[in-house]
Design a protein around this ligand. Structure first.
Ligand SMILES: [Zn+2]
Length: 259
């Protein structure tokens, strides 16, 4: 798979970094914090390696669901100088748990999504160019081929434009709210990415590595869709039978793809 070919040292998508239960019982245990910081740090480093970020536009967060502690990239720190111990730890209400640096300015969006989507463990935000192009066009990414259906069950949606009041108010929190609003009738485990209108993509997964993989898949299928629509603006969506076949053989209770 792509993950094995292009990123041989990505951490396993299985949550194996977690210590035994007796350590989880104490939310202040440094070992738990360290494991979260390491997972978040590794995932953040994969963004520039996969050309998913320019400058400092991008961030990854990881949550420990047992304690509600979130690890997230510090604000404005260059990836070249980022260290695991720089990763900021805070709780779901945004109160600092450890670390002296300011968390990413997008932190309220991440907190809102962790609150609304209880099954996700990691969130990636980038300004990857093809996904941003769809977001700026205000268009969802249609499911035109099986590469898309391997990762996303149907089109990747775009939010409505934010109102002036939302933008002037708690902007980053309201960004989370328009995503949540868009997912009222969608399952975040079947469609694990979204485009914020005029802004860019958020993707998520059950680990830092998986969330980065989904963000990379999103950028790849955005580029493919853009080129497909350039060749044929009325290219048809993939049939529901093919969408079902490709998504469901890799995800959910009937999955059979892989080892
Ligand atoms: Zn952004």
């Amino acid at each position: 798979m792509m993950q094995q070919k292009s990123s041989p040292t990505l951490p396993s998508s299985k949550p194996t970094l977690y210590p035994p239960l007796k350590i989880r019982d104490n939310p202040s245990t440094p070992m738990l914090h360290r494991a979260l910081q390491e997972e978040c740090y590794e995932a953040n480093l994969w963004l520039p390696r996969h050309n998913l970020v320019d400058l400092t536009f991008g961030n990854v967060s990881v949550i420990d669901r047992e304690t509600g502690v979130i690890a997230i990239k510090p604000s404005g720190v260059d990836y070249a100088v980022l260290k695991p111990e720089n990763i900021v730890l805070l709780d779901l209400d945004g109160n600092p748990v450890a670390g002296s640096l300011k968390p990413s300015s997008d932190t309220p969006t991440h907190r809102r999504l962790f609150q609304a989507f209880p099954t996700i463990r990691s969130i990636v935000h980038t300004h990857s160019r093809h996904a941003v192009s769809f977001a700026q066009a205000g268009q969802p990414i249609p499911c035109l081929g099986t590469t898309h259906a391997d990762y996303f069950y149907g089109e990747v949606p775009v939010t409505r434009p934010m109102t002036a009041d939302e933008i002037r108010g708690e902007y980053e929190w309201e960004t989370g709210n328009v995503i949540v609003e868009r997912f009222v009738k969608l399952d975040p485990e079947q469609v694990n990415a979204v485009l914020v209108h005029g802004h860019g993509p958020f993707a998520w997964g059950n680990s830092g590595a998986k969330a980065v993989e989904n963000a990379l898949a999103l950028e790849i299928i955005a580029e493919m869709a853009w080129k497909t629509l350039s060749l044929n603006p009325s290219a048809p969506s993939l049939s529901q039978a093919l969408i079902d076949k490709h998504f469901l053989r890799k995800h959910g209770s009937t999955a059979y793809y892989g080892q």
